[in-house]
Design a protein around this ligand. Sequence first.
Ligand code: NAD
Length: 510
Amino acid sequence: MALIEAIEPSADGHRRLRVLSPATGQAVGEVDVANASDVASAVERAHKAQPDWARTTFRERRAIFERAARHLAENAETFVEVIVSETGKPNEEALSVEVLAACDALQFYAKHAGSILADRNVPVHLMKTKKLKVCYQPLGVVGIITPWNFPFLLSLNPSVQALMAGNAVVLKPSEITPFSGQLVERLLREAGIPEGVFGLVIGDGETGRALVEAGLDKVAFTGSVETGRRVGEACARQLIPCTLELGGKDPMIVCADADIDRAASGAVYGAFANAGQVCVSTERVYVVEEVADEFTRKVVEQTAALRQGPEGETDVGPLIHGPQLDVIERHVADATTRGARILAGGRRNPEFTGLFFEPTVLADVTQDMEIMREETFGPVLPILRVRDEAEAIRLANDSPYGLNANVWTRDKHKGAKLAKSIEAGSAIVNDCMLTYGVAEAPFGGRKASGIGQVNGEIGLRSYCHAQSILIDRFGAKNEFLWFPYTRRKGRLMRRALRWIWGTPLGRWLS
Ligand code: NAD
């Protein structure tokens, strides 16, 4: 099941796609695929609109995004309905992780962008005759390309940041979930974003490729490692910056002194929320031997209690993207043929026609299995027993990925120390996945999980060029370092060299 299918082209020659619900297989709607010329027009409109937008004050921009937050909060059900129709995720999941988190992002950046991006006077340590001002200038037009797993939040959040920083945006949402992208466009338009400042192009990889090549000033990409690499190469060729938020294989470390009830519930939530289709899903567990039996038993009990299905009160939704089923089945088959035991689930749910895979727990896994090395992006939790925390850290770091991680212990200081020794862009002690939802927290992967960071001060500033403006303070007729070069200046510089960097007082003052 592909969950999108190509249909008859439109009368004007555009390719068209039909989107199907992964929960029921029913048609959700149809879209035209934007071609290179549509993309070029959207980017051109954005370039034209951006200078006026950059001249608006933070207060004016804030009013628009606060209006959007209010509108979203008041009309949450309409948004949830669209998101659920094309992702199949449980209603409450769409409400919390998409809509609620989006309201928070809108309000946070509306409120704080003005102070985070205000011009700063920075004291200069040596050249006291100069004053330094750092000004955060918008880059121009930012292309935002997003995946299908959180189609609304992952499209809205970077858009708000780029726009609050004074850029124009052209968004290309995933072809699997185009209607959530349309929600973002409608929300911002109705909140009063000026014409051309925010553009939407619907389409697949071809549209994405055209956008990256359309004369952007930055690309903010979220998606797979494979596509991210291509996008990064195209940006490097054009010498434009990009952030690449890519896949992960997040480890969970359970120490002997962990609160096992909390750790087990956290493992089940971390692995099965959004049916395991979160870039920061818990994808592998390393549990210390002493508590492994108790932990595993509790995980299995809770997993068995999870509810699945296309309607009603449920916990675990369907896979959103058809081909993901092959990856999951391949990883589970590789593990079981090499000795892993299935303690729960392990197969496509036979009760439903939709793309439901049963929440699955695997034991007796080894580090060399695909399930421990490659991103699964599905509801599968492999548990590996380790001798001690040192072994857990070694195995956690034995991965090409480094997005997020979580550590469970009653000793929070030890937890933070262990977290620091994991090669991951972020880590959490006694909770999971949360980092992207904490607006102040910089978020971004190491190793194959990406380049650059989004969110928080760092993320917001990454949509700007930090321009240094150095201002002479005293207006002397000439400067010591200017012409003419004389032997006397040489002697003075040599003396200064010896004094400033050669004496304790000089070093202290410098
Ligand atoms: P994907 O790479 O297949 O697609 C992502 C987006 O890129 C889509 O909009 C797609 O149409 C577009 N695209 C495809 N080819 C392109 C090209 N050549 N040039 C430009 N754009 C192109 O990823 P996906 O399957 O949609 O998403 C799942 C992946 O996203 C997983 O690996 C997941 O871990 C990752 N992800 C990462 C984060 C993060 O913040 N690090 C968040 C969510 C998802």
